[in-house]
Design a protein around this ligand. Structure first.
Ligand code: GCU
Length: 679
């Protein structure tokens, strides 16, 4: 339950002595609630890690830790940071200095939340057993918004939730479990999250009422807990609210009465929650209401809400997950991959300043492997956010191990060629390329009321890793994994190396038995779990691999296909367009080829499918074996829980292997060169 904030007892030794020496006293002189929360966190963490509580004081008598804002009046802070340049730190950054003359380690920031982040960082350094004798750190988050999206429903269910039920609601009531909410806020704040939307983007009838006086007091309670930890609360809003919960007959964004209704509504919300973040909106997407009903476009819809929130400093986060979900499979031109770009690129420049578009990382829907959405780089005049999915909807639903940080890193490091030869997605997303006022990353979370938050114990690494990565996209996936393991399991070398190896290999392993060469969606419809090659094929939502007896893949070239590859810029467009230069992990995403097409490895496509599926299943079994070698070196409850999941994964990977191999063997009629058993 404590996850990476479990503050496990450290072993005695030279570092332990170093910590004991510095942490005799904690000096705090400001009574701001966020600074007090930081102090409480520090005392809790140190007491648990060292077995000794630091003394809280305003006046130290010897070596100490001191925390405070630069302008807060603490003389020690003023002396340590005298003459420092602090303006570039921004409102959320912090400095940490070990100062021998003053005999202190000082955490300073311009704001209370900067102090909180600094304290969490110091605790992380100690928890991972790092030296603190000569600290000279200056850190600020790279991304402005670092957001979590919950897909929790008021009835307690969670759309695409794999870790139990909601800890916000049950049976259409607020749970108001303040302890859990506070612990959640601590976890999120410890990795730098500063915004959380608490209800599903599919806003149903009762959730539409969240912005009324009936429910606002409950929401204010959650916002109050979040506030202490530097987190702004957002709500998903229903575009049709003026009709559904108001007395209007239309939700037309250009209708003056509708506009007034939203303005009044915003006023009501801000009276109860003065620092409310704003709305997240899924409109004209998968049958949700939106401006199309009235012949208006997304800019009209989003700007109406932007205008209503603007006087209060709120923002509208408008999702770009818009596509035709009533397709006819015979129509080979309608391509779901094209949709977001086709809808939003023409609107670039028309959105208000406080409207932020939220774009899924890929053009489809959080598949194991997808190209990066071509909208990144294409929107020069519009605020926008990246949307990732921490919940493993298509990546094993927290029953399979799939550490997603390497995938997210690939996306963030992708070169779009949008402005010069090197224009990486991470620099677009952090606002530096186009100078966006609002920028950052959001992600669909993977938590629920399971005791360990994420179902699979190792899926906590994705939650932790998401926060750390978007705070600083320069961190490597391996560094993040290592930090998380050390904080969660302790610093035993063998353990760290083994679990880190498992995490780092897991995405590739999952890909190899589920998603060959960029084909996704071979899952059961609706719940999206388990193998089913044609499960989603030829559905109204889209068609994804077009496998027949001759070949497989989707022709998305400009020359002969849907033209999707033409949405990219520079080298990307030509690389994807041509079979010879298309990166092989995306080959079947961009091209339809015969099963006998030869890859760079010299292997045919069909043989590649067989090989990767046999290998992937073996590697899944190996994950279990590695874990079993760790028995006895960790808490037994955690060991057993993860072992059970890995057993299920190993078994399920065989089912994946067999279903996929058998399907393509029967379709193609081509034998496995290695003569293995294919049913
Ligand atoms: C996916 C997912 C849905 C979700 C949607 C969205 O399609 O399966 O459950 O509502 O994405 O992102 O809006």
């Amino acid at each position: 339950y404590e996850a990476w904030l479990n503050y496990g007892q450290l072993k005695s030794g030279s570092l332990y002595n170093q910590y004991i020496d510095w942490c005799v006293e904690l000096v705090v002189t400001e009574d701001n609630e966020t600074i007090q929360a930081a102090a409480a966190e520090f005392i809790q963490g140190m007491t648990s890690m060292l077995g000794k509580a630091p003394l809280l004081t305003a006046k130290p008598e010897g070596p100490c830790i001191v925390i405070g804002t630069f302008q807060g009046g603490n003389p020690l802070i003023s002396r340590v940071f005298a003459g420092e340049r602090t303006d570039s730190l921004g409102p959320e950054g912090f400095l940490i200095r070990t100062n021998a003359t003053e005999q202190c380690i000082a955490v300073g920031a311009s704001t209370p939340v900067g102090i909180l982040y600094g304290v969490f960082h110091l605790l992380r350094l100690i928890g991972t057993e790092s030296e603190i004798d000569a600290l000279n750190l200056s850190m600020s988050p790279v991304n402005g918004l670092r957001m979590i999206n919950h897909w929790d429903n008021f009835d307690g269910s969670i759309e695409r939730g794999y870790a139990g039920r909601s800890f916000f609601y049950e049976s259409n009531q607020f749970l108001n479990d303040t302890k859990r909410l506070r612990d959640y806020a601590r976890l999120m704040s410890s990795v730098g999250i500063n915004a959380i939307s608490i209800n599903n983007v599919n806003v149903h009838e009762l959730e539409s009422l969240f912005i009324t006086e009936q429910y606002l007091p409950d929401i204010a309670l959650i916002a109050g807990i979040f506030r202490v930890y530097g987190i702004k609360l957002f709500l998903s809003a229903n575009f049709a609210s003026p009709i559904q919960i108001g007395a209007l007959e239309t939700a037309d964004p250009l209708d003056p009465a509708v506009r007034q209704w939203w303005k009044d509504k915003a006023g009501e919300v801000y009276r109860v929650i003065p620092d409310f973040g704003g709305f997240v909106v899924k409109a004209d997407s998968e049958n949700r209401p939106g401006p199309f009903t009235y012949g208006r476009d997304h800019a009209d819809g989003a700007n109406m809400l932007g205008e209503a929130l603007e006087p209060f400093g709120g923002i509208v986060i408008w999702r770009c997950f818009v596509y035709n979900c009533k397709q006819d499979w015979r129509d080979r031109k309608t391509d779901r991959a094209r949709a977001a770009y086709d809808h939003f690129k023409p609107l670039d420049g028309r959105f208000n300043d406080n409207v932020v578009l939220q774009i899924k990382n890929g053009p489809m829907d959080f598949q194991v492997r997808e190209p990066v959405s071509p909208l990144f780089g294409a929107l020069e005049h519009t605020n926008h956010l990246m949307e990732f999915q921490i919940a493993q909807e298509y990546t094993g639903q927290q029953r399979h191990l799939c550490y997603l940080v390497p995938q997210w890193k690939e996306v963030l490091d992708f070169n779009t060629y949008a402005k010069g030869q090197t224009t990486l997605v991470k620099h677009i997303v952090d606002g530096s390329v186009w100078g966006n006022k609002y920028n950052g990353v959001a992600a669909v979370t993977n938590v629920g009321d399971d005791m360990n938050w994420t179902g699979h114990g190792l899926a906590q690494a994705n939650l932790y890793g998401y926060g750390r990565l978007i705070w600083n996209p320069e961190l490597t996936a391996k560094e993040i994994a290592e930090e998380w393991i050390r904080l969660t399991f302790g610093t035993d070398k063998g353990l760290v190396v083994a679990i880190r190896g498992m995490l780092m290999d897991s995405w590739r392993i999952y890909e190899s038995y589920t998603a060959p060469l960029g084909v996704g969606w071979m899952v059961n419809p609706d719940h999206h779990y388990g193998p089913n090659v044609d499960g989603c094929e030829y559905a109204k939502w889209g068609t994804y691999h077009y496998a027949d007896h001759k070949g497989i893949g989707v022709d998305r070239s400009v020359k002969s296909g849907t033209g999707y590859s033409g949405q990219y810029m520079g080298l990307n467009a030509s690389n994807y367009e041509n079979l010879a230069s298309c990166p092989e992990e995306l080959l079947l995403f961009f091209h339809h080829v015969p099963y006998t097409h030869v890859l760079q490895s010299g292997q045919t496509v069909i043989q590649h499918i067989y090989d990767t599926h046999f290998e992937g299943a073996e590697q899944a079994a190996q994950l279990l074996a590695t874990w079993e070698s760790l028995e006895g070196s960790m808490d037994s409850g955690l060991y057993v829980q993860v072992k059970q999941r890995l057993e299920e994964q190993a078994e399920h990977a065989q089912e994946w292997r067999d279903r996929i191999n058998t399907y393509f063997y029967r379709k193609s009629g081509i034998e496995d060169l290695k003569g293995r058993k294919i049913y």
